[in-house]
Design a protein. Sequence first.
Length: 287
Amino acid sequence: MSRIAYVNGQYVRHGDAAVHVEDRGYQFADGVYEVCEVWHGKIVDMPRHLDRLGRSLSELQIDWPMSRSAVEFVLRQVVRRNLVKNGLVYIQVTRGVAKRDHFFPPEDVAPSIVVTAKSTNPAAAEAQAEKGISVVSYPENRWPRVDIKTVALLPNVLAKQHAKENGGKEAWYIDGDGNVTEGGSTNAWIVTKDGALVTRPAENGILRGITRAVVLDLVEREGLTFEERPFSLEEAFEAKEAFVTAASTLVMPVTRVDGRIVGNGHPGSVALRLRELFHTATDLQTA
């Protein structure tokens, strides 16, 4: 069947979905987005994702395009209409369509909203987790407000392409102090030789990942040792384990950093256990 998208009040064939050439998301990257996992027909952690969407909109002074309950309805509808059982649902909100001008448009310009959904292959993701992935370091080159989940992702595109060209599946940004900030589309973690989980504090320097928050809930529930602090690239080289987290990857083990083997070169037991337990700590809402 044809995929279905929601664009500004209408459900349309994905191949016909379009926004105006003067949509400010296209002209200025003046918009925000969220991605929720769909697992066994349920939308994972939708309340947390919409909370973060609301924060991003507020930080950019963009109004909700419709009520929050209406957004929830549209997300469910798009998942259902695309028959997604396991996959991702994407929502993007921009400041709307107006003549190209750096100043905000008049107040009567309505925000634009787009929602899409697609199926993914859980078996392929599990196979990847059993092998682990490689990450490649990249100098931090983004604006300071990466805590806002904007559609301005060109630096991330360049970082992830650099990783791909150097044998990696993900890039890890390195700040001026030599510490890892986060991945191009993930949060970064290590497990020290002493068994402590370490990830950078969710301040303005990284995105406050929803999957990251679920893992923190699991860490507390399971009584694991945890340190919320920056860690250096050198610490990652010496770590017992490493992994990344995101809605699109869940908990994904990292077995190489800049070509150097992490731990024993195989996915670590902590990362695999957190991945196994992940959905026991999430909010699951039927689509």
